[in-house]
Design a protein around this ligand. Structure first.
Ligand SMILES: [Zn+2]
Length: 279
């Protein structure tokens, strides 16, 4: 099982805080808890976001994530594409990180940062991603920050760049929720767009069993099944959790009920294996 979307460090974005108290802990504490969660859930690979604006020595913000990855077998890093940086020297340093194979994807924090996918400052990241054959992941849909501006995170913005960058592969995180049918249309229409199912329910174990959240989970399960059916692309939906915002076992069980069983092998394993080129 491959979890394409987790956090092991605070994202350092405006208005998000640390996301979860655990992420403020020492690296070995985070690593220990993550190893336990992965083992219990049957997750062999997990991809963790970096942090925004980590300084010139860490152009994609992955050094702290990689330090934790050295203690967790199967953990890999996702670099943060920072649209506020435009210099040639910055992109030279980014390219070095990609060339060394230190990241499996790039992440664009739409809405948290006020740049739409088609903003010119993102273009060089898309070109680098195509050259080094890593996908570009977008935050889409609802956010964790009152400072975020939602218009930047609508799935239709991803359609724009999917057309203009046919050699780049894109992932819409959170399947654009609550715009999941828009997300499904963008996946259906563009052969270079995927969607991850992370972060649709957040909370602890208790939150997953309350009557209210079971009702929410049932609605979401319906939306997910409908999005997969509408898009006709079960090969382009990816399992992800947004851990530690949700416990891995509870989230796995939720996605198992939401995704039709015939597609479990694809969604929990094969699609990510191909997209992220795991060997
Ligand atoms: Zn996330």
């Amino acid at each position: 099982m491959i979890d394409v979307h987790i956090h092991v460090v605070p994202p350092n974005l405006p208005g998000t805080g640390s996301l979860a108290p655990l992420l403020k802990s020492a690296p070995d504490v985070v690593a220990g808890e993550l190893r336990r969660q992965m083992q219990t859930t049957g997750v062999t690979h997990a991809f963790a976001m970096g942090e925004w604006d980590a300084g010139p020595d860490d152009p994609l913000g992955v050094n702290r994530t990689l330090a934790i990855a050295s203690m967790v077998p199967g953990l890999k890093a996702i670099g943060v594409a920072d649209p506020t940086k435009t210099g040639d020297d910055h992109f030279g340093r980014c390219e070095e990180v990609l060339r060394e194979g230190r990241v499996v994807a790039l992440k664009c924090y739409l809405a948290y940062l006020y740049y739409e996918p088609a903003h010119p400052n993102y273009r060089r990241y898309y070109e680098l991603a195509a050259r080094y054959r890593v996908p570009v992941m977008f935050h889409t849909g609802d956010t964790f920050s009152p400072l975020a501006k939602l218009k930047y995170a609508h799935p239709l913005g991803v359609d724009e760049v999917a057309v203009d960058h046919p050699d780049t592969r894109f992932v819409m995180c959170h399947a654009g929720n609550p715009w999941m049918s828009d997300c499904a249309e963008v996946v259906y229409k563009n052969m270079n767009v995927w969607a991850d199912l992370s972060g649709l329910i957040v909370g602890d174990d208790a939150a997953f069993v309350s009557a209210e959240s079971r009702d929410t989970a049932a609605d979401l399960a319906h939306d997910i099944a409908r999005a997969i059916k509408y898009s006709e692309r079960p090969n382009r939906f990816l399992y992800g959790t947004d851990w530690p915002l949700a416990p891995m076992p509870a989230y796995r069980d939720f996605v198992r009920t939401a995704v039709p069983e015939t597609f479990h092998e694809l969604v929990f394993e094969e699609n990510a294996h191909l997209l992220y080129r795991l060997r």
